[in-house]
Every structure is written in C-alpha cells, then in structure tokens.
Design a protein around this ligand. Sequence first.
Ligand SMILES: NC(=O)c1ccc[n+]([C@@H]2O[C@H](COP(=O)([O-])OP(=O)(O)OC[C@H]3O[C@@H](n4cnc5c(N)ncnc54)[C@H](OP(=O)(O)O)[C@@H]3O)[C@@H](O)[C@H]2O)c1
Length: 267
Amino acid sequence: MLAGKTLAVLGVGTMGEALVKGWLESDLGLSVRGTAKRSASRKRIEALGIEPSPDNVSAVTGADVVLLATKPQVVPSVLAEVGAAITPETLVISIAAGVPTARIEQDLVPGVPVVRVMPNTPAVLREGMSVLAGGAAAKEEDLALAEALFSPVGKTAVLDEGLMDAVTGLSGSGPAYVYLVIESLAEAGVKVGIPRDTSTLLAAQTVLGAARMVLELGQHPALLKDAVTTPAGCTVDGLMELEEGKLRVTLLKAVVKATQRSRELAP
Ligand SMILES: NC(=O)c1ccc[n+]([C@@H]2O[C@H](COP(=O)([O-])OP(=O)(O)OC[C@H]3O[C@@H](n4cnc5c(N)ncnc54)[C@H](OP(=O)(O)O)[C@@H]3O)[C@@H](O)[C@H]2O)c1
C-alpha cells in the first residue's frame, strides 16, 4: 500500500524524527522528504537518511502523503504556505496536538482528505501508540493508508476526533509520565543500595514486563496487582505508601491537565 509512495514530513523535530526512524527501520519502500525551520537542521535530516527539501512547498509538490509535524502554533503559517500546492490526490496527516481537522481543512482546497493522528515517541522503536481520526473529506481508504503508515511503528486505534485531546493527555504525553516513574523507581533502588545502572534496568524492565502482562494476558491491571500482593507481604506495604502519596489521583489529574492544555493549543 505504501511502496513507491512519497511522504513529505513538514517539521522533522523530535516526533517527526522518531517516526521517520521507525518508518525507515520498517522498510516500507517509501520515499521520504523532510523540512525544518533552521538551515542547521538540514544536516540532521540528511543524517537520518532522508532527502532534505529546500522548503515546504517543494516538499509537498508531488507528494502522496504530507505529514504536518511542526508545533501546533506553527501549523497555520505552514498551511498558509503550502495549502494551494496540495491537491485532493494527496493525503494530509497532522500530528499537531490540539489542531482540529476542520482548522486544517480551512487552508486546503476542498476535497483534500485530512487525518489527525496522535502518535508517541516510542514509535522510534516501533512500540508507539497512534490514535487516528478522519476529517470531513477523509474516506475509508484514507484512514486505511494512514493506518498502514502508523501500524509498522506500533499499535493503532481509530477514535472520534472529539477524543483526540484526551488521547494527547494520555498516550501522547504518557511516555514522559512513565519516564518519571522509572526515574523515581531507579532512584529508590539506589536509596536501598542497588547500583544505579542495575537499578535503572530493574525499574525499566519491570515497567516493560508489567505493560506486556496487561496487553498480552488481557487481564485487568487490578487482578495482576492482586497476584503480586501476598497477605501481610512486602508489596502491600509499598502499595499503602503509593495510596498515601495519592499516586492514582495524581496520575488522573496529570492526564486531565494535559488534555485541557491540548484543547488550549488549538490555533
Ligand atoms: N514530542 C512528542 O512526544 C509528541 C507526541 C505526539 C505529538 N507531538 C506533536 O508533534 C509536533 C511536533 O512536536 P515535537 O516535539 O517534535 O516538536 P519539535 O521537536 O520542536 O519539532 C518541530 C519541528 O518543526 C520545525 N519547524 C518549525 N517551523 C517550521 C516551518 N515553518 N516549516 C517547517 N518546519 C518547521 C522545527 O525546525 P528546527 O528543527 O529547525 O527548529 C522542528 O524540527 C507537535 O505538533 C506536537 O503536538 C509530539
């Protein structure tokens, strides 16, 4: 489905780079071009093994898929620049947090299909989570093409666009929350005498293993937690500390705040 197609990535930054690396690793037969703002970024794009385009308009000209990957605040100016050069034969995918498909469609010629996607950075290791939502002109085959692009770099789900800010607050920002958890667990290991490198390994592998248990066994996390918690054992004491520190409500509030911020970012 993707072999022989040309993809233009407008704004090869942190997320754009993670996706490009994941795509190149997946060997999709795609031809990828990319742009950035500063001329110094050209070398970085070249080093990725893709073609740096001199400007956004040249990048989108003749491209089958255009990926908008700049910061949300920059999306309107990029669209003003490239809007007229994009035809309805091109699929536009935006990963910009908080930018509705309707806002993107405003600056495009009528009929250009737009799919909004919220990926996350583990896409670089092809362990990303990407949620897709189609805009007004997006047909089933457009969503299928977007899914074909994102499924090689992790898991995908299709949801109503109304949930995209919530998705941003959960899986888009989520890796940062989990890194904080891993960092804190590793620090705790050091506190109780484990060498730092080993402690980080213990913390990260524990998070990875626990995540795989949830995904692959399909059991409720509460049941899996109960299986680790023996009566009058050690884990229940640790859990009591987490409850006292309000871990649950803190994570809940983090997702709610990030969701609100995603709504505020809408240009
Ligand atoms: N980071 C994440 O974990 C994550 C997750 C999900 C979604 N997103 C979304 O991904 C988008 C990018 O986020 P990011 O974290 O990757 O930001 P970033 O690292 O700042 O990358 C943005 C890129 O856009 C380039 N740029 C700025 N103005 C441009 C223009 N006029 N034309 C072409 N390129 C331009 C920048 O160029 P220079 O390099 O030259 O400055 C930079 O490479 C955001 O909309 C964000 O909501 C990010």
